[in-house]
Design a binder for this molecule. Sequence first.
Ligand SMILES: Nc1ncnc2c1ncn2[C@@H]1O[C@H](COP(=O)(O)OP(=O)(O)OP(=O)(O)O)[C@@H](O)[C@H]1O
Ligand SMILES: [Mg+2]
Length: 322
Amino acid sequence: MPETDDSSHPPLGATAIRPAWVELPEGLREFIAGRLGADVVAAEVQGGGFTPGVAARLRLAGGERVFVKAIPDDHVLAAKYRTEALAAARLPRAAPAPRLRWHDTAAGWFVLAFDDIHGRHPRLSPGSPDIPLVTAALAIMGETLTPCPLDGLPQASAGRARMLRGWRELAGATPPDLGEWERHHLPALADLEELWPAHADGDTLVHGDIRPDNLLITHHGTAYVVDWAQPCQGAAWQDVTDLIPHMIMAGHTPGAAEKTLVGIPTWDLVPAHVITSYAASFAGYWTRSSRLPAPPAVPHLRAYQRRAAAAAIAWTKYRTGW
Ligand SMILES: Nc1ncnc2c1ncn2[C@@H]1O[C@H](COP(=O)(O)OP(=O)(O)OP(=O)(O)O)[C@@H](O)[C@H]1O
Ligand SMILES: [Mg+2]
């Protein structure tokens, strides 16, 4: 599944439909400029991700740059933006993440302002020089975010593990278009996806949404992790392992994708059956969610999830031999 050959989906960085700066209420724009202490002279809307909120790199009078996210306070995703503010505010300086400058509510919107990262999304295709930069950042992240700097987050087994699954539900209500392999192995896949949560908890702040559009690489070769909206407390192997389906989507075989993680202690130490279960869980999650109706103003999510499901199924086949 090469990254560039499939013209049926938009490229990385062009999947979200977001409002332009000038479309925002005047009171909100004035508030943001006031808090930043300078007029906004240019705003580059960022198309990465799927959320329909504001995500813009602002250039201020005087030349400074700031990255701003914002969402109406009553939007269904506003709680995620609030969670991101809590998590980002507690990230240690050594974490490979942009600094949160402030967050606030104004004109009925919730706003976050970050240090701007002048970067691009990594290419995760085989042999890409971006891969060691990203894996190094994820390894450092696991170290700098242990012990978890944030109180009150759910443990992974109670948080992301409840969402990251799908085969049990699919076994209960099997869609007519489910593939033959999936249908044949459905009961075994439903059992398999239930194993990893017993190994998911821990004392690390887990980002929980590692994808290339949440990663930026600067021209100095530094990788940054953005979008801390789905954090939980858990075992550090999860963020590192989450790169694998994205490397498969970018053209790696499952075995080659796994090889890129060798040497990262959290990956080296995780028991093999836990990874097999985790792969199956991702496959189930994407197989199930890609069949749900598209959320309003999020046109590309389901097609992305279909490609992700195919990658995670390939990974599961490789690990199980089924
Ligand atoms: N600090 C930053 N500096 C520059 N660009 C950034 C910064 N943070 C994020 N971006 C860019 O903006 C895009 C959207 O940001 P982010 O992922 O935080 O938003 P989101 O609305 O939560 O998206 P998602 O749909 O992934 O949940 C990212 O894909 C990235 O390209
Ligand atoms: Mg994002």
